[in-house]
Every structure is written in structure tokens, then in C-alpha cells.
Design a protein around this ligand. Structure first.
Ligand code: C5P
Length: 314
């Protein structure tokens, strides 16, 4: 297939989960989830350039922890398109990372979606959103969300069955996000969740047993649909108890620094505070951009080993 243009630069977004309920473990080892994604304007940029002389995929990245081989989700996205459509051209990918790696913010998944969307244009593939989503699901659970250009969405099954929340289109949330200086392995957190949860006889909603050794692992008071209505009605004034992350007790027990980051936000008077994904990033919903800017600066000055971001939904 002839390439219309041979280069392009794409913005790659990240997300926070305003709700994340682990329903149960699946036969394939993954977990069924109920989640609510908010896309945020903490972005990477990805430069793509077609290689016409061979079909190699070469990656460069400014971040030392990002793998440059087939473990890289951008690599896998490009390879999948090459294989699926029997393409002969190769690709150079240059990733300028700002989104922290292994943070719970979906940075790698955002990159994969950006490559799928970018190559769809660059290589003139004319794939529908439905087809791009089907490909995205083969790369990772969070990739499907980023294929849609939407601010808010619910995710079900592996988190890859997406229901767009167009009714929240006009909602703009301001966040302070803290990445305490640790990285978390998502598979490890899910394995720990399995260990502490009632796998054989899940309670209501499949949520962790009351007698779990971890504290605070109670059944959520609300669900993802109720949070959606709450956001529609109250916006940034959403009642704090509607926010939920079933992985948070697991991660904060393993990594106390994530708990300290939460406390730092709470100590600033913020009460809509939650961990994102499998962590360790934690965030607070602020009442305004000015508040988010002020508090993020203050926390960054106090805790110099943490990365603190002031971002909004986009
Ligand atoms: O799909 P993705 O590659 O992002 O998932 C990373 C890891 O997180 C999986 O290998 C799995 O261990 C865990 N996971 C899960 N259930 C999900 C999503 C992720 O168990 N729904």
C-alpha cells in the first residue's frame, strides 16, 4: 500500500481512573473490571517515519526505562499492522516521554493507540474505529480507550469494552497528580489482589472479603453507573465516596509511599483523592485550575523526590 506522506507527529494522552472495581479473575488470567476513565492532558509526543528500504521497526526514546524492542507497545502496534495487512514498509518511532512509566496513568497504552491511529493515516489504511479498537485489544487492556478521542468512558470486561460518556463532554476536571518515586508492576498488583480476594465465592460485586488481611477492602458503596450520574449532576463537586479503586489497598500496603502521597493531598484539604489504575500515581480532583496549580507547586517544593503534575481532563 503506498504511503501518502512519510512522516507524522502525534500527541499521546494518558488517563486517570475515577473508578476501578475488580470484579473477578478470568480463565485467561486477566480480570474483569468496571472502570471509569478520564483522559488527561499529560502527554507524550510520538514521531513516526516510514522506512521504505526495509521492514524494520526502530525505536528511540528519551526515557531510560522504556524498552526499545518487541516489549514496547508501539513496536507491537506497528508489527501487528504490518502482519495483519502484509505491509512491506518499516518504521522509525521516536518517543518523547513526559508521562511517567509504570505509574497507573496508561502512558504505554496511550502510545500504542497513538501509533495505531497515526499509522492508519500515515500508511493510508483507512481502518474504521471499530477495526482499530479490535487491534488495540490485542495490544493491551487500556489501549482501546485511547483509540476513541473521548474525555470520559466506562470500561468493562478487561477494561477494553468501552462505553463512551458523551454526556460528560462539557465537564472539565482539574487534577493534582503525584507520582511518588517508585514504579509498580501491574501483574504483581493483580496477583496480590487474587491472593487476598475471595476468588471462589466472590461476595457482592466480586469484591474482596470482609475478613481480608488487608484493611479497607470493603464492598464499594457506589458503582460506576452511579459515579457517572454523580459526575453529570455535580461535576467536580462529586461526593468523594463515589470515587473507588479496589486495587488501592493492595498497592498502598506494598508501597507505603503511595499512601504518603495520598496523605499529602489530603493534608492540603483535598478530599476527592484516589489512586489511579494499579498505581502508584495518586490524584486529587480540585475545585479550580488555580487551586490545582497552587497545591501542585506547594507539594512539589516540599517533596522534591516526587513528580507532581497539574493537569486537566481533555
Ligand atoms: O493488558 P495489559 O498489558 O495492560 O495488562 C498488564 C497486566 O495487568 C496483565 O498482564 C495482567 O497481569 C494485568 N491485568 C489484569 N486484568 C486486566 C488488565 C490487566 O489482570 N483487566
Amino acid at each position: 500500500m503506498a504511503a501518502a506522506v512519510s512522516k507524522s507527529t502525534i500527541k499521546s494522552y494518558s488517563k486517570v481512573n475515577l473508578y476501578l472495581e475488580v470484579v473477578n479473575q478470568r480463565k485467561d488470567g486477566y480480570h474483569n473490571l468496571r472502570t471509569l476513565f478520564a483522559r488527561i492532558n499529560l502527554t507524550d509526543s510520538i514521531f513516526l517515519k516510514t522506512r521504505l528500504d526495509d521492514n524494520l521497526i526502530k525505536i528511540k526514546c528519551n526515557h531510560p526505562r522504556v524498552p526499545l524492542d518487541q516489549r514496547n507497545l508501539c513496536f507491537r502496534s506497528a508489527r501487528l499492522l504490518q502482519q495483519e495487512f502484509n505491509l512491506k514498509q518499516g518504521l522509525e518511532i521516536s518517543i518523547n516521554k513526559r508521562v511517567p512509566v509504570a505509574a497507573g496513568l496508561g502512558g504505554g497504552s496511550g502510545n500504542a493507540a497513538a501509533v495505531l491511529r497515526g499509522l492508519n493515516k500515515l500508511w493510508g489504511l483507512k481502518l474504521s474505529t471499530k477495526k482499530l479498537v479490535a487491534l488495540a485489544k490485542q495490544i493491551g487492556s487500556d489501549v482501546a480507550f485511547f483509540i476513541y478521542q473521548e474525555k470520559f468512558a466506562q470500561g468493562f470486561l478487561r477494561g477494553d469494552k468501552i462505553r463512551l460518556l458523551k454526556q460528560l463532554k462539557s465537564l472539565k476536571l482539574w487534577f493534582v497528580i503525584i507520582l511518588p518515586g517508585i514504579n509498580v508492576s501491574t501483574p504483581l498488583i493483580f496477583r496480590q489482589w487474587d491472593k487476598y480476594s475471595s476468588k471462589k465465592q466472590p461476595g457482592k460485586n466480586g469484591i474482596l472479603r470482609k475478613n481480608s488481611r488487608l484493611t479497607g477492602l470493603t464492598i464499594p458503596e457506589h458503582d460506576v453507573k452511579m459515579l457517572t450520574s454523580e459526575l453529570k449532576v455535580r461535576g467536580r463537586n462529586v461526593r468523594p465516596e463515589f470515587l473507588f479503586n479496589g486495587l488501592e489497598p493492595v498497592t498502598t500496603q506494598l508501597y507505603p509511599e503511595a499512601r504518603r502521597a495520598k496523605s499529602a493531598l489530603i493534608n492540603e484539604g483535598l478530599n476527592r483523592v484516589l489512586m489511579s489504575g494499579s498505581g502508584p500515581a495518586v490524584f486529587a480532583i480540585c475545585s479550580s485550575r488555580i487551586q490545582a496549580k497552587r497545591i501542585s507547586k506547594k507539594i512539589q517544593n516540599k517533596y522534591t523526590t516526587w513528580q507532581v503534575y497539574c493537569v486537566s481532563s481533555i
